[in-house]
Design a protein around this ligand. Structure first.
Ligand code: UDX
Ligand code: ADP
Length: 469
C-alpha cells in the first residue's frame, strides 16, 4: 500500500517538527497536523510558530498551505488519512497508581478511542509518543474492538529520537529510524508502507525494522542510557571537586576510548527536558511492575544522582555566599533546559530558583527565548493561593544578562546559551556587589580569565580550591 494522506494527532515538540519534515520531504503526501488546542494550531498557522527550533520556520513556511496543513478538526483528518501518527503528550502521572513514576496514558487512550470511533476505512496507526513497553497492546485492544470487515487497524511503533534545539537536522539526517510492527503479514505490509515514507530521504540501511516490543523498549532504553552517561559524569564531577581533578579533562581522556565515545559526557547542573526523567521513571515503574526490583533500583539511581547534582550545586552556592543568601540578589542566566530551545520542562533552573526563593533570596532571571509567562507558571506552586503574587515579589525577569547581573551578589550560569560565552564580563563585574561570585553550572566560561577580572569563580567538576584549576 502507498501512503498518500497522513494525519498527525498532537502538534507539540514531537508531532509538529516531525510531521512538518515529512511534508517537506514528501511533496506527494498530504500531511495534516491536528491538535485539540486551538491556540496552538493558530500559532502554527501564524508567523510566530508555537515552538522555537532552529530551521523549523524554513521547513514549515516552505510547505504550509501546499501539502502541510494544521487543524483542530481531528475527526475529519483521522477519517481522511491512511496513516495516523499519535504524538500526544505522555506526562508522568501526578496521582493514583504509579503516581510520580508511571506515564499517564490518558491522552494516548483518548486519541486511540477517537480513531476507533471515527474511522470508516482501514488505517495504519503509529505510536510516536514515548510510551511504556506494550502500550501498543492496549491500543490494539481498543482498535480491535471497533474493527469490522471493512475497517482494519495496523499498529506500528515509530519512536522519535530527535533532541530539542537540533530537531530539524536530527529529522533530516537521523542516525536511524526505528519502525516496529507485529510480525503478521498485514503488520509487515504496514511497516513497509512507513518505510516507503521515510525512504523519500533516508537511506534504507538507516531504517531499522523490528518487532513492536523491541521498538517500544528501545526508545526507553536509548533515553535511559543517555541519561545514565550524564549522571555518571556528574557523579564523577563531585569526585573531581573533592580531589582537584578537572571533569572536562577526565571526560576528554575517557571519551577518547572509542568503546566509550565522547558524546553526552558534559558535566552539568543536571539534565532536564521532557524525556529523560520521565522515561527513566517509566522504566523504573515498568521494572517494578515486572517484579524486577533490582533492575528498577539500578535505573532509579540515575534519577537520584540527577536530583543530587542539583542540590549539590545549590548547597555549594549557599555555602560559598557565607552560608546565607537571604535578601541577596542572585542572577540566573538561562531558564530553558538546554540552549536553542524555549522549552522549560524539568529544567534544572526551576529546582534551583525554587530553592533560592525558599532561602528568601531575590532572583533576577534572564533567558533569551523563554516566555515570561512560562517562567511565572513554572515557579508558582499549583493550587497555592496567591502563590503567583509571592513569586512575582521574589523574582525579576530581565531583558538581558547585564540587567540581571546589576548589583547581584552572585551570577549563575544554568543554561549553556552561546551568548553567555561572549558577554562583557568586565562590565558585569563592575556592576556586581563585591566579592562578585560566579557559578558556572555548564562549564562554558573561561574561568581563569574571569578570575583575572576579579570574580570568585566556581565551576562544576573543577577548582576544588579557588583559583587552582
Ligand atoms: C533527549 C534525547 O537526546 C532524544 O534522543 C530524545 O528523543 C528526547 O530526549 P532532549 O531532551 O531534547 O533529547 O535533549 P538532550 O540534548 O538529550 O539533553 C537533555 C538534557 O541533558 C539537557 O538538560 C542537557 O543540557 C543535558 N545534557 C546533555 C547534559 O547535561 N550533558 C550532556 O553531555 C548532554
Ligand atoms: P511532546 O513533547 O511529546 O510533543 P507536547 O505537550 O508538546 O508533547 O504536545 C502534545 C500535544 O498533543 C499537545 O499540544 C496537546 O494539546 C495534544 N493532544 C493531547 N491529546 C490530544 C488529542 N486527543 N487530540 C489532539 N491533540 C491532543
Amino acid at each position: 500500500m502507498t501512503v498518500k494522506n497522513i494525519c498527525c494527532i498532537g502538534a507539540g515538540y514531537v508531532g509538529g517538527p516531525t510531521a512538518a519534515v515529512i511534508a517537506y520531504k514528501c511533496p506527494d503526501i498530504k500531511v495534516t497536523i491536528c491538535d485539540i488546542n486551538q491556540k496552538r494550531i493558530d500559532a502554527w498557522m501564524s508567523d510566530k510558530l508555537p515552538i522555537y527550533e532552529p530551521g523549523l520556520e524554513e521547513v514549515v513556511f516552505a510547505c504550509r498551505g501546499k501539502n502541510l496543513f494544521f487543524s483542530t478538526d481531528v475527526d475529519k483528518h483521522i477519517e481522511e488519512a491512511d496513516l495516523i501518527f499519535v504524538s500526544v503528550n505522555t506526562p508522568t502521572k501526578k496521582q493514583g497508581l504509579g503516581a510520580g513514576m508511571a506515564a499517564d496514558l490518558a491522552y494516548v487512550e483518548a486519541a486511540t478511542r477517537r480513531i476507533a470511533n471515527v474511522a470508516k476505512s482501514s488505517k495504519i496507526v503509529v505510536e510516536k509518543s514515548t510510551v511504556p513497553c506494550r502500550t501498543a497492546q492496549s491500543m490494539r485492544t481498543i482498535l480491535d474492538a471497533n474493527s469490522t470487515d471493512n475497517v482494519k487497524f495496523d499498529i506500528l511503533s515509530n519512536p522519535e529520537f530527535l533532541a530539542e534545539g537540533t530537531a530539524i537536522p536530527d529529522l533530516l539526517k537521523p542516525d536511524r529510524v526505528l519502525i516496529g510492527s507485529l510480525q503478521t503479514e498485514s503488520g509487515k505490509a504496514a511497516q513497509q508502507a512507513l518505510v516507503d515514507v521515510y525512504s523519500h530521504w533516508i537511506p534504507r540501511e538507516n531504517i531499522i525494522t523490528t518487532n513492536l516490543w523491541s521498538s517500544e523498549l528501545s526508545k526507553l532504553a536509548a533515553n535511559a542510557l543517555l541519561a545514565q552517561r550524564i549522571s555518571s559524569i556528574n557523579a564523577l564531577s563531585a569526585v573531581c571537586e573533592a580531589t582537584g581533578a578537572d571533569v572536562d579533562e577526565v571526560a576528554y581522556a575517557v571519551g577518547r576510548d572509542t568503546r566509550i565515545g565522547s558524546k553526552f559526557l558534559k558535566a552539568s547542573v543536571g539534565f532536564g527536558g521532557s524525556c529523560f526523567q520521565k522515561d527513566i521513571l517509566n522504566l523504573v515503574y515498568l521494572s517494578y511492575s515486572l517484579n524486577l526490583p533490582e533492575v528498577a533500583e539500578y535505573w532509579n539511581q540515575v534519577y537520584l544522582m540527577n536530583e543530587y547534582q542539583k542540590k549539590r550545586f545549590v548547597k555549594k552556592i549557599i555555602s560559598t555566599l557565607f552560608n546565607t543568601i537571604t535578601h541577596k540578589k542572585i542572577a540566573v542566566l538561562g531558564f530553558a533546559f538546554k540552549k536553542d530551545t524555549g522549552d522549560t520542562r524539568e529544567s534544572a533552573a526551576i529546582t534551583l530558583i525554587k530553592d533560592f526563593m525558599q532561602e528568601n533570596a531575590h532572583v533576577a532571571i534572564y533567558d533569551p527565548k523563554v516566555e515570561h509567562e512560562q517562567i511565572y507558571m513554572d515557579l508558582a506552586e499549583p493550587g497555592v493561593v496567591d502563590n503567583r503574587k509571592q513569586v512575582q515579589e521574589k523574582i525579576t525577569i530581565c531583558k538581558d544578562a547585564y540587567e540581571a547581573a546589576k548589583d547581584a551578589d552572585a551570577l549563575i550560569i544554568v543554561t549553556e546559551w552561546d551568548e553567555f560565552k561572549s558577554l562583557d564580563y568586565e562590565r558585569i563585574y563592575k556592576d556586581m556587589q563585591k566579592p562578585a561570585f560566579l557559578f558556572d553550572g555548564r562549564l562554558i566560561l573561561d574561568a581563569p580569565k574571569l578570575r583575572e577580572i576579579g570574580f570568585k569563580v566556581h565551576v562544576i567538576g573543577k577548582n576544588a580550591l579557588e583559583g587552582r584549576a
